[in-house]
Design a protein around this ligand. Sequence first.
Ligand code: NAD
Ligand code: DAU
Length: 339
Amino acid sequence: MTVLVTGGAGFIGANFIFYWLKAHPGDRVLCVDKLTYAGNLSTLSAVLEHPDFRFVKTDLCDREALDRLFAEEHPGTVVNFAAESHVDRSIEDPEVFLRTNVMGTAALLDVCRKYGTLRFHQVSTDEVYGDLPLDRPGLRFTEESPLRPSSPYSASKASADLLTLACFRTYGLPATVSRCSNNYGPWQFPEKLIPLMIANALQDKPLPVYGTGKNVRDWLYVEDHCRAIDLILRRGKPGEVYNVGGNCEMNNLAMIKRVCQELGKPESLITYVTDRKGHDLRYAIDAGKLQQELGWQPATRFDEGIRQTVRWYLEHRSWWEEIVSGKYLDYYEKMYGDR
Ligand code: NAD
Ligand code: DAU
């Protein structure tokens, strides 16, 4: 079987490629990635020479390039990770989010229909449901929760979900959608909370907490997410949405303190900064459907996952140090300079 993975030079896509080549030896894996600021070919260096792997640098919105690739490779399975993924950037500049996340997904769905792809999976996010209050801990998002996205990022992801489901209903494309909570693990770009805090702490730089630090996220180790997508591809029902979550809620302040503890760095590095606009208060996923129908549950406990992640960033200093120099410095100054 040939599996096409879009956005495979990013955090979750790369972890998925490593996972798939190991879990399904003999399958051919194609990676399509535009290599934006978030995509890094060096992340894939361990598999670039693998006989069953091919990397193609392409923009998801380039319909002709997609058509040529499908005519050549006829991928049976397509998993769409490619996206602009950072909420803060979407607040600064929404347009590229609409282009990639909405128009790019539309282009990919069209080419899948044309070439009769057997299985399409859209990798989505719990953020499409908006947020939950902090004072009602019993509430969690189910697949039936209304779509109430708060940011341009989550609005663009919700649109892509709806396009995918419309494509199933109208054209019969065998498509599924998963909505996952916050991932953490190796190869995550250091603009996201956990790797940013690790990188800053290791450089004895301030650890910027937005607002009060009471906002809650539900954390899942990235490999568990990859395993959930694998199960959905093999046994999930076309036309269905599946929530994926870590059952591991934690507020941002607690998370940052935990990173300090793992690294032996002082909590005095923590600095309160202006809150994110429209900042979602709490995400919490009910993954009961995935558990009951497909037998999935997270395998990596948070204690173990965070330890492995911190160790990984310690052992791969050159990977993230290269990123946090150069252009990234301009981004950091723009986002955090006068916050
Ligand atoms: P990421 O930003 O690390 O990687 C995104 C990848 O997509 C990059 O390699 C980038 O080069 C590529 N890309 C961007 N625009 C492209 C385009 N026009 N054409 C081709 N490639 C393009 O993102 P991530 O954190 O790995 O997230 C992957 C997917 O999972 C996204 O769809 C995101 O919405 C979803 N998701 C992420 C999380 C999380 O916690 N990170 C949780 C749930 C869902
Ligand atoms: O829930 C899934 C989503 O998780 C994915 O769809 C997104 O692609 C992914 O980026 C992530 O979104 P968040 O906005 O939750 O992640 P982020 O790492 O940007 O922030 C996590 C929390 O930490 C959030 O409440 C904002 C806060 N934060 C973040 C940064 C970067 C800070 O307090 N300080 C920071 O410097």
